[in-house]
Design a protein around this ligand. Structure first.
Ligand code: NAD
Length: 428
């Protein structure tokens, strides 16, 4: 097993915020509080399979911190989901919400399951039983899940419907905001589906403004072609970026002059992945390459948008780019990050780069509370304003503290958390 797999992901998350805490003198008691999640809910629940047999599943909901507002964070369906991973993801949500100025705390959930191995009917039963097992551990004013790896708007609709049915007739419609990332028909927000990818692009645009680079001259490689990576690649292609290499769990394709992203998008949605695209009639100029090629293609910007621990030390040595924009959560190992730093490759951290998803989730929650729907333009404009304000705050903290962008992002978040703890106190 590689060294990076043996390291606890939660330990990495703790070390990241502790490094920033050193720079700005965060009081010890707040550091101690933020080192541990407030609640760790683990449920084991039975689900009947299509062939009549029953299988037990394990699900998690980790509530890291709620000093700023209700717990908020996605639900992941993946075979590698475990307590350590969900604890790390929950902690990152606390810092992300604090950084972008949302009145929300941090949480994350997951079920250890491979969604690709189950029929739609089985998935529906798993989602509904998990929601039932969580019971009142979630709620629109308490803890609000959202989609993450392996989950989507349909599953969020099932969570909402199950929770509403358990809430009694008088409350059925008040509890729509128990989950965000729902389909628009079921109370979701326009713009939520693509919000995380859109936010990654806004952050890249902000970097261009800061450095004098031209967005439409950038070449990009994207690891992951799901909700985040797929929408990001599509939107980046639309504004003139050359998306040269894209990978997902089925394969990696490249085209020196830039991939035809709309064709790749249609192919991947129809075939469940990008494998086979290069050999198809739609993959003109595209070439299927090895999995590792995503980490060696010469590009201006590398965008990891799949899973954590992808930029390991050897891959950090081989990456041929000037900037890494972390669309995924935790894609860079600490060893990988030190190498990138030594090589002068800038990293825009996950808590900033992928915050567009939780920002538009917050907008969805507000719309559900007021029973009003905002226009797509309204959502987009507010998303851009919030994200750019957070980017501005990180850039000035970085100048003030002479540190990395990640440390600066955590410094902004920690100052906000410390201020609120300082005013509210710790009771009892
Ligand atoms: P998704 O399930 O929609 O897509 C995941 C993608 O990663 C798929 O294309 C899959 O094929 C690919 N993948 C998996 N293993 C891979 C591998 N070894 N190599 C290459 N590709 C691989 O998930 P998503 O919602 O797009 O989430 C991706 C990342 O973004 C995660 O880290 C998630 O926590 C983070 N994120 C998601 C959201 C959101 O709104 N969905 C918000 C913030 C952050």
């Amino acid at each position: 097993m590689d060294a990076y797999r043996q390291r606890s992901l939660h330990q990495t998350a703790v070390e990241q915020f502790q490094r920033a805490a050193e720079l700005i003198d965060i009081e010890e008691r707040y550091r101690e509080i933020l080192t541990h999640p407030k609640n760790e809910v683990i449920v084991n629940f039975p689900v009947q399979m299509d062939d009549g047999r029953w299988r037990m599943f394990r699900g998690y909901r980790i509530q890291h911190n709620n000093v700023l507002g209700p717990y908020k964070g996605g639900i992941r369906f993946h075979p590698d989901v475990d307590l350590d991973e969900v604890k790390a993801l929950a902690a990152w949500m606390t810092f992300k919400c604090a950084l972008v100025g949302l009145p929300l705390g941090g949480a994350k959930g997951g079920v250890t399951v491979d969604p690709n191995e189950h029929s739609d009917d089985e998935l529906e039963r798993i989602v509904r039983r998990f929601t039932h097992a969580l019971g009142n551990n979630i709620g629109p004013e308490h803890d609000i899940p959202a989609p993450d790896v392996g989950t989507n708007s349909r599953m969020m609709d099932w969570i909402m419907d199950t929770f509403a049915n358990l809430s009694g007739p008088a409350n059925r419609h008040q509890v729509k905001g128990v989950v965000t990332g729902k389909s628009v028909a079921c109370g979701g927000s326009l713009g939520r589906e693509e919000a995380t990818g859109q936010g990654v692009l806004y952050t890249l645009r902000h970097w261009c403004g800061e450095t004098g680079e031209r967005l439409d001259q950038l070449s990009i490689a994207v690891q992951g072609f799901g909700n985040v990576g797929g929408h990001f690649a599509r939107l980046a292609h639309d504004v003139g970026c050359r998306v040269i290499t894209v990978s997902d769990h089925t394969g990696t394709v490249t085209a020196e002059k830039g991939l035809d992203i709309p064709e790749l998008w249609s192919w991947a949605r129809e075939h469940g992945g990008i494998a086979g695209f290069a050999e198809s009639a739609y993959g003109l100029n595209a070439e299927e390459v090895s999995t590792e090629a995503i980490f060696t293609t010469p590009v201006d910007v590398f965008v990891p948008a799949a899973l954590e621990n992808q930029i390991t030390a050897p891959r950090a040595v081989s990456l041929d780019c000037r900037l890494v924009v972390e669309a995924a959560n935790g894609p860079t190992t600490p060893e990988g990050e030190s190498i990138l730093e030594r090589r002068g490759i800038e990293v825009i951290p996950d808590v900033l780069a992928n915050a567009g998803g939780v920002i538009v989730s917050y907008f969805e929650w507000l719309q559900n509370k007021s029973a009003r729907a905002w226009s797509a333009e309204d959502v987009d404009e507010r998303l851009r304003t919030m994200l750019w304000a957070a980017n501005d705050a990180v850039v000035s903290a970085r100048c003030e503290l002479a540190c990395t962008r990640r440390e600066a992002a955590y410094a902004v978040a920690l100052r906000r958390l410390q201020e609120v703890y300082g005013s509210r106190g710790i009771f009892p």
